[in-house]
Design a protein around this ligand. Structure first.
Ligand code: FAD
Ligand code: NAD
Length: 401
């Protein structure tokens, strides 16, 4: 009998954890599973802000996919997905290769929301992938070196747009890593400016007041200029125009104003909201019983009006249910409804501080930073057991130019 063919698109949190679950559940020879990803490495998205400032070495953030999968049960194919035809059950790669499937998992992650603001797509930096954040690191270094030549202050003003969790983590990392980059290039750190621009009246809008107050105070103490109730209207690569008509001179605008689903999602011919597919309770794409979608490319509704936010925590939990459901679908068994169990949220502010909420408890400072490390290690443990946690722990901290 022909073996069913399962194809997983994207080896991020959702795709990789699903492939691990499938490898565990499927009997030998029960199905052919192919995991397709743009690169041959998996990047730890929740640590990408570190890549942007070079506070973690590349081999801490990227892991070789071949080392993480069970080769007896999973085939890995490196390739960029160009399109997906859900009716023809066909995935086309940019190389021109077509991959046929019986069951499909779409776990292609997120794209950046730019809201059509002029100049953002062209000139701002994104915290979207390992490559996009590595560009930030090289750009900062280049600006520091060039500043020594021309003393142009726009080179050493570093602006971060959006002070949600991503923006706060990016600002925290700039505070952590910029002094060392300045020292290496001979630019006095005191001359640099770190500017946080947030449209809402506070940093971390909607989060706990205690956490907002703590982060605001800490950032101020570190000399960060905080512009709240300030919307970015335009950016030309050299200056930001804000909504009161003023300009901020900077050649570095790091855009962290929210996410949407992967651009490919809009081309799949199914209804989407913000490039995310609203999935059913079993994590399937409506109208396609053989197609699942999880993580940031999906929208899972908490109730009729509210979707769950796009987080790694949800992507991982969905992956575990999705693994079960793909196997049940193959075996003709009943599928499970996905249930989300929120374990808390913690945002780092550099390595020594963080803010978060676990259960009803707001946490901050060094204890919260420790909790953040524990969360990251737990993920590594899920991916590769104690050996991976141990291996990653002893890697270099800082990136080299
Ligand atoms: P991803 O992990 O983004 O994986 C998508 C995969 O698809 C990638 O490997 C990508 O290369 C691949 N891909 C994309 N397009 C193609 C293509 N065309 N062809 C082939 N492959 C493709 N969430 C938390 O819960 N906790 C945190 O602490 C946290 N911190 C964060 C910090 C930062 C700086 C950022 C940016 C996000 C953070 N998040 C956090 C959110 C979290 O990272 C995302 O929700 C999570 O990565 C979503 O997982 P995913 O599997 O849907 O997508
Ligand atoms: P977000 O939507 O949470 O925050 C975006 C921020 O940008 C908002 O505060 C918004 O007011 C602001 N903004 C929007 N337009 C603006 C403009 N024109 N000018 C200035 N400010 C503007 O997005 P995010 O922070 O990228 O987070 C995305 C998802 O990833 C969320 O679900 C988040 O929870 C998750 N995440 C989690 C963690 C963590 O748990 N540690 C870290 C990072 C991200």
């Amino acid at each position: 009998m022909k073996k069913p063919k399962v194809v997983i698109l994207g080896a991020g949190y959702g795709g990789l954890i699903t492939s691990k679950k499938l490898a565990k559940l499927l009997n030998a020879g029960e199905a052919e599973v192919t995991l397709i990803n743009k690169h041959d490495y998996h990047y730890i998205t929740t640590q990408l802000h570190k890549t942007g400032v070079g506070t973690a070495s590349d081999d801490r953030i990227t892991l070789n996919i071949a080392d993480l999968i069970d080769h007896h049960k999973i085939d890995f194919k490196k390739g960029k997905i160009a399109s997906v035809d859900l009716n023809a059950r066909l995935v086309r790669l940019e190389s021109g290769e077509d991959v046929q499937y019986d069951y499909l998992l779409i776990s292609l992650g997120f794209g950046v929301q730019t809201f059509g603001i002029p100049g953002i797509k062209e000139h701002a930096f994104e915290i979207r992938s390992f490559r996009s954040t590595k560009k930030i690191f090289h750009h900062i270094q280049k600006q520091l070196v060039a500043y020594k030549e021309d003393q142009d202050p726009s080179r050493i003003n570093f602006a971060v747009a959006g002070a949600g969790f991503t923006g706060i983590e990016m600002i925290g990392e700039l505070i952590e890593g910029l002094p060392a980059l300045c020292e290496a290039t001979g630019v006095p750190y005191e001359k640099t400016r770190i500017i946080s621009v947030e449209a809402s009246p506070t940093l971390l809008p909607g989060f706990e007041k205690e956490a907002i107050d703590y982060s605001t105070e800490l950032l101020k103490q570190e000399g960060v200029e905080i512009l709240t109730s300030t919307k970015i209207k335009e950016y030309n690569g050299v200056q930001i125009r804000i909504d009161n008509g003023e300009d901020i001179p900077t050649r570095t605008l790091i855009w962290s104003c929210g996410v949407k689903g992967n651009d490919l999602i809009d081309k799949m011919g199914v209804p989407t909201i913000q490039s995310r597919i609203i999935v059913d309770k079993d994590l399937r794409v409506p109208g396609f019983k053989n197609v699942f979608c999880i993580g940031d490319s999906s929208m899972f509704m908490k109730d009729e009006k509210t979707p769950y936010p796009p987080t790694a925590q949800i992507a991982i939990q969905q992956a575990l249910t999705c693994g079960d459901n793909i196997v049940s679908a193959i075996r003709g068994q009943q599928l499970k409804s996905f249930e989300y169990h929120h374990k808390g949220s913690v945002a780092s502010i550099g390595d020594r501080a963080a803010v978060g909420k676990i259960g009803k408890l707001t946490i901050k400072g060094a204890f919260a930073a420790l909790m953040k490390q524990v969360i990251e290690m737990r993920y590594l443990f899920t991916l590769g057991g104690p050996a991976l946690v141990f291996k990653q722990f002893f890697k270099r901290w800082h990136s080299t130019p």
